[in-house]
Design a protein around this ligand. Structure first.
Ligand code: FPP
Length: 237
């Protein structure tokens, strides 16, 4: 699917929601929904590559998700490892740079190891930046930035002049432009502790489609909606 006449957002971020409800509708376990959701991830990446989107970030697992039943958490972590292993050759072929952002210390060792292998292997790629937000939450991000800033102040031995740019450089998304478009699937209309700082001027798009059914045509609809909006950043025009 290629769009020559549509302006592409630089950074699209997606809250992938509705896997559990999708599975329940089919009379299957929640993990089945997560498994089929990987196909939607693949299609959205392909769309991003085909259309020259620079950054695609995906909210795959929140800090709060650690509170889900053990079997689901383990299943999701295993799915992450399996997907990263399976997609590495495609990342290389499609010039995709893969990265994970989130609270790494809370990730199991094998997950971390496989993520780091893929990050290192793709670090020189210059096409799509694919960012998986794993064990991430917006408040965690702001607190870890504040903590590191406080430490830097102590180490410097004097007060650091903190402005928005300085604070941003301590966030886990340092160097990544703020999202232009945030998509949430499954009809829920909340930010759910996601990129709280980074979404200050982001356009929101809520799709009723459950994540396992969200495919290229649905992403295209979201981007066309983004194209019809006028962004004023608090100014009059
Ligand atoms: C939300 O649906 C989805 C998740 C918590 C997991 C998303 C993970 C994937 C799509 C698979 C792995 C991802 C990658 C990047 C390979 P939910 O379980 O909250 O659904 P519900 O709201 O219907 O219960």
């Amino acid at each position: 699917m290629e769009n020559n006449e549509v302006r592409m957002p630089c950074h699209v971020t997606i809250i992938m929601d509705g896997n559990g409800r999708w599975a329940k509708k089919q009379g299957k376990l929640r993990l089945f929904g997560h498994n089929v959701g990987v196909e939607s991830v693949r299609e959205c990446c392909e769309y991003a590559v085909e259309n020259g989107i620079r950054y695609l970030s995906l909210f795959a697992f929140s800090e709060e998700n650690w509170g889900r039943p053990k079997a689901e958490v383990e299943g999701l972590m295993a799915l992450m490892v399996k997907s990263v292993l399976a997609e590495r050759p495609t990342f290389m072929k499609q010039n995709v740079r893969f990265r994970v952002i989130g609270h790494r210390e809370s990730l199991p060792e094998d997950v971390l190891k496989n993520i780091e292998l893929a990050e290192n292997e793709t670090s020189g790629n210059t096409g799509l930046n694919l960012i998986v937000m794993l064990s991430y939450s917006g408040k965690w991000d702001i607190v870890q930035a504040a903590r590191r800033l406080a430490k830097a102040t102590l180490e410097a031995g004097h007060e650091i002049d903190i402005d928005e740019a300085v604070f941003s450089s301590y966030l886990s998304t340092e160097g990544i432009p703020d999202p232009d478009l945030m998509i949430r699937t499954s009809g829920e209309q909340r930010l759910s502790n996601y990129m709280l700082w980074q979404c200050a001027y982001t356009e929101f798009y809520f799709s009723p489609v459950l994540w396992p059914d969200f495919r290229k045509k649905d992403l295209d609809l979201a981007i066309r909606s983004f194209n019809s909006r006028e962004r004023r950043y608090g100014k009059t025009e």
